[in-house]
Design a protein around this ligand. Structure first.
Ligand code: ZN
Length: 313
């Protein structure tokens, strides 16, 4: 790729179970802001919930499809999937988070990787998250009465993708998408986009003997990387089309961003999403997340959709 199109993470999207538990965990326990209540555009009887900072800036967004009651089987994390979603927390806040998670019934364990301490916790649907302590993440966090700027999550920090063949995966991401190898530790290889800071890390976990992961409840569905605008998205799609074996989708209108999806090496599903227009296209920053927003083509179905969705709070 001659021009660096990827800037960093845009969002992570997971298939989860119960909507109310999901909402309670990500907002009340982790302290993220619900920045959008909408529906899965491909399956509108299921919510699409977006959590992030005040404005839902790309790079802070974690999104879920709460599929409980829809007959979706449990997934199995494994090769070809994002197996860990990483958020950044301020240096020195790890003990606060351990106590807080335990108070709310979520046991956390401590790990250390690439010289950074992190807490591991399973969310209510069994998704593995890491809260990684960093000293150089200067993004302004969303705060609550219980979580001050001294502790608050800054945004996404990394994703871990499990792969069975490490060398071809490293070659793929470095040659085609502009990542460089930053460090290796045990089965983990950390790749980074040029800024090499929070939200720009893609870690590969080498698991040669594992069976491929299976999509379903409790697994990450896809990870999205941000590009500046529609022109950059188009350029990226052209680039992907020229690479052997890749089949990027058409550009899709996701209302809050425009996207291309493409399966990468080992089948991991990546999305490439524009930074504009953002979450204020249908409600003001103050109002974000307070009411169900439907894409224009679903407005006529609002009464039916509303009757099918469980209350969030
Ligand atoms: Zn997405």
């Amino acid at each position: 790729m001659t021009e660096q199109l990827l800037q960093g993470l845009h969002h992570i999207t997971a298939t989860v179970g119960n909507a109310r538990e999901d909402y309670a965990f990500y907002t009340r326990v982790l302290g993220l802001r619900l920045v959008k209540q909408t529906v899965n555009f491909d399956f509108p009887q299921v919510y699409h919930l977006y959590y992030g900072d005040e404005a839902g800036d790309p790079g802070t967004i974690f999104t879920t499809f709460p599929y409980q009651g829809q007959g979706i089987r449990r997934g199995l994390p494994g090769p070809g999937q994002v197996v860990i979603s990483g958020f950044s927390i301020p240096q020195g806040s790890l003990d606060f988070w351990r106590r807080r998670l335990e108070t709310h019934g979520f046991g956390a364990s401590q790990v250390e990787r690439f010289g950074q301490k992190a807490l591991r916790v399973l969310d209510p649907s069994g998704l593995l998250l890491e809260l990684t302590e960093v000293s150089d993440d200067h993004r302004t966090p969303w705060t609550t009465t219980e979580i001050t700027p001294t502790e608050a999550i800054r945004g996404l920090h990394h994703v871990v993708v499990s792969v069975r063949d490490l060398a071809p995966s490293i070659a793929f991401f470095t040659e085609y998408l502009g990542f460089t190898v930053q460090a290796e530790q045990g089965s983990y290889t950390r790749l980074a986009l040029p800024g090499m800071s929070s939200g720009q890390f893609l870690e590969l976990r080498h698991e040669p003997g594992e069976a491929p992961g299976r999509q379903g409840m409790g697994t990450v569905h896809h990870v999205a990387w941000r590009v500046a605008d529609d022109a950059q998205l188009l350029a990226l799609r052209e680039h992907l089309l020229q690479l052997p074996g890749l089949q990027p989708t058409e550009i899709k209108d996701r209302n809050y961003f425009h996207s291309v999806y493409c399966r990468m090496v080992e089948g991991v599903l990546f999305e490439f999403a524009t930074i504009p227009p953002g979450f204020t296209v249908d409600e003001t920053t103050d109002q974000l997340g307070t009411a169900l927003q439907l894409p224009p083509w679903e407005e006529a179905n609002r009464p039916t959709i509303t009757s099918l969705l469980p209350p969030l709070f």
